[in-house]
Design a protein around this ligand. Structure first.
Ligand SMILES: Nc1ncnc2c1ncn2[C@@H]1O[C@H](COP(=O)(O)OP(=O)(O)OP(=O)(O)O)[C@@H](O)[C@H]1O
Ligand SMILES: [Mg+2]
Length: 249
């Protein structure tokens, strides 16, 4: 029987990228299946953000291949990857502080027809009652956690098949961290896959189905989060690469 859901949503093979002549990613192999939450962990400077940037078209590749939802990703612009359903919520909850919450969301859906755009904005806000209440307020008046929710909601306006979140918990209080991460669990229920870069390792492992650890631009571990010896394997993956930074819990 034909099915419209591909077995693998994102497949990345031998991806290499960097900044100018400086290589940062040295042959990344990675897979994300439809509707799964995958954690991407690794010490500072490992290349996590660089990998998300390469996948979403913000950074050119120097080698390798990747397919997303049946399409070749190589050479696509950020606009094209977002249209294909690969949405990247960048680090540091960047929102337009002078604009209202609603206008921030309408901007994220800039290319949609009017009624569809409004429907998507309402849909995204339904996941975040706390900012829905403040839809007419300036985004700059929101707390850091609420701005992070708004940044995620902006991504959801695109109705992604895969949402890539870069440290959504950074700078948030523990309560807000849980609220933002709970949305990832909710997205999985809706069949949306999430690739989550996170420094809070225990929280990421509690949420994710699978995990990749990245160190010095290479994948050093891939595992299901149900594996019982995962914390010690992760530690080995980090320190085994002669990474001097400690694991942060
Ligand atoms: N714009 C840039 N120009 C040159 N080098 C960069 C640039 N951005 C990052 N790098 C370098 O690329 C490497 C990987 O950085 P990246 O930001 O991808 O790491 P990360 O895993 O996201 O780290 P963190 O946990 O601190 O966010 C680092 O050595 C970093 O110094
Ligand atoms: Mg980073």
């Amino acid at each position: 029987m034909l099915t419209s859901v591909p077995d693998v949503l994102l497949s990345v093979r031998a991806l290499a990228a960097g900044y100018g002549k400086i290589g940062v990613l040295h042959g990344i192999d990675l897979v994300v299946n439809p509707g799964e939450v995958v954690a991407l962990l690794g010490p500072n400077g490992a290349g996590k953000t660089t990998l998300l940037r390469a996948l979403s078209g913000l950074l050119p590749w120097s080698g390798g291949a990747a397919r997303f939802d049946g399409r070749d990703l190589r050479g696509l612009s950020p606009r094209e990857t977002a249209r294909a359903g690969l949405v990247h919520v960048i680090e540091g909850h960047r929102v337009f502080t002078q604009l209202s919450v609603t206008d921030n969301l309408l901007l994220a859906g800039y290319d949609l027809a009017g009624s569809e755009r409004t429907r998507r904005v309402d849909e995204a806000l339904s996941l975040f009652p706390e900012i829905a209440e403040k839809r007419r307020d300036r985004a700059g008046a929101l707390s850091g956690g609420q701005q992070q929710m708004l940044a995620v909601a902006q991504g959801l306006v695109r109705r992604p098949k895969l949402l890539m979140l870069d440290e959504p918990s950074a700078g948030l209080s523990p309560v807000l961290v849980d609220r933002v991460l709970a949305v990832a669990a909710r997205l999985r229920e809706d069949g949306i896959a999430v690739l989550l870069v996170e420094q809070l390792i225990d929280k990421a492992l509690a949420l994710a189905d699978r995990v990749y650890a990245l160190a010095r631009g290479q994948i050093v571990l891939e595992a299901a989060t149900t594996e019982p010896d995962l914390p010690s394997r992760l530690e080995h993956a980090y320190f085994g690469q002669d990474v001097s930074l400690p694991l942060r819990y």
